[in-house]
Design a protein around this ligand. Structure first.
Ligand code: ASP
Length: 324
């Protein structure tokens, strides 16, 4: 390298360091890999709002849907790693590698882990006209109707898909699955009676259960929801499906290669956003828990996702589901 080239490289490095020091200088985009109005989208919009103050910039939510969240996730893996394009994703981050043969990205290698946001319990819900009023009656109805039962989900690898897989293996049933681009559009069809059943996070289910727009047959997580309106709803484990546990977590990710200074600023902003009283109030009103443990640190979150990949790989293989 001659002197001029060295001088140019030094100058460019200086500019990029200055740009990192000033990060963020423009709006930051949070990409959600599911449809607008669903649980992931609602969480991302709450977090976007709470990130505005600590980042001092607008935070925009964009939805890129399809293939159980893998299309949007791939888009972020390929984005310029400058901190301006981030991903809000859920357990699908840990399940897709076991469910897709030709995934165009690698977990954890293609991402920087910013931190875990929340844990969302999930529920088993049905169309309002379904001819069952307890889990035992539902079980009988599923046995009688088997493959005529339409089970909605948000695509292979989504939380609703995973929960549906576990439900079918626990009941020895073989239902017809109906994939949507997110559980927001699936919920519209469930309320309208076009599909029969769905697993859905409390984020989107509680309001519809309270409004009697859907029926509920159980909580899919290990504990009942800590909401007065849901206190009587048992867990599926209490109803006889031993060890049934689908709890959905959400995290924040950046493409691999995002500069460490930018990652540190984003993690600090996330920590501050998760202390925002409005965000906490909105999340708790839906039965969700904001995370404040080692999983909010990039290394702790990465470790947790790797553990979850292992756990789900076993569940998926036990369910007999083959990779797409
Ligand atoms: N709740 C969805 C799922 O089943 C995703 C969404 O629409 O947020 O994974």
């Amino acid at each position: 390298m001659n002197f001029q080239k060295i001088a140019l490289a030094v100058a460019l490095a200086g500019i990029s360091l200055a740009a990192r020091a000033d990060f963020p200088e423009k709006a930051v985009t949070l990409l959600v890999p599911f449809a607008a109005g669903g649980p992931s989208d609602k969480i991302a919009r709450d977090v976007a709002e709470a990130l505005r103050k600590p980042l001092g910039q607008a935070v925009i939510v964009e939805n890129t849907t399809g293939a159980g969240g893998t299309i949007g996730t791939a888009k972020v893996a390929r984005a310029v790693p400058d901190g301006y394009t981030l991903l809000v994703h859920h357990i699908g981050m840990a399940t897709a590698p076991s469910l897709y043969k030709d995934l165009s990205y690698k977990v954890p290698d293609d991402f920087e882990f910013l931190g875990l946001i929340n844990e969302a319990p999930s529920t088993l819900i049905s169309k309002p006209t379904l001819a069952a009023n307890s889990f035992d009656e539902l079980r009988k109805w599923i046995n009688e109707n088997n493959d005529k039962v339409n089970l909605a989900n948000a695509g292979v690898g989504s939380a609703s898909h995973l929960c549906g897989l576990m439900l079918q293996s626990a009941l020895g049933a073989n239902m017809t699955t109906v994939p949507y681009k997110g559980t927001a559009p699936a919920m519209i069809d469930l309320m309208g009676g076009q599909v029969d059943l769905m697993c859905e996070q409390a984020t989107n289910a509680v309001t519809q259960i309270e409004g009697k727009k859907v029926k509920t047959f159980g909580v899919t997580s290990t504990e009942r929801l800590k909401l007065p309106s849901m206190a009587e709803v048992p867990t599926l484990a209490e109803s006889g499906l031993a060890d049934f546990n689908v709890t959905v977590w959400h995290g924040l990710y950046a493409p691999r290669g995002t500069p460490p200074e930018v990652l540190a600023k984003l993690n600090a902003a996330l920590r501050s956003a998760l202390k925002n009283p409005d965000l906490i109030r909105r999340q708790e009103a839906l039965g969700l828990t904001i995370i404040d443990d080692e999983r909010l640190a990039p290394s702790g979150h990465k470790k947790y996702v790797i553990e979850e990949m292992d756990r789900w790989a076993k569940v998926i293989s036990a369910s007999g589901q083959q990779p797409n």
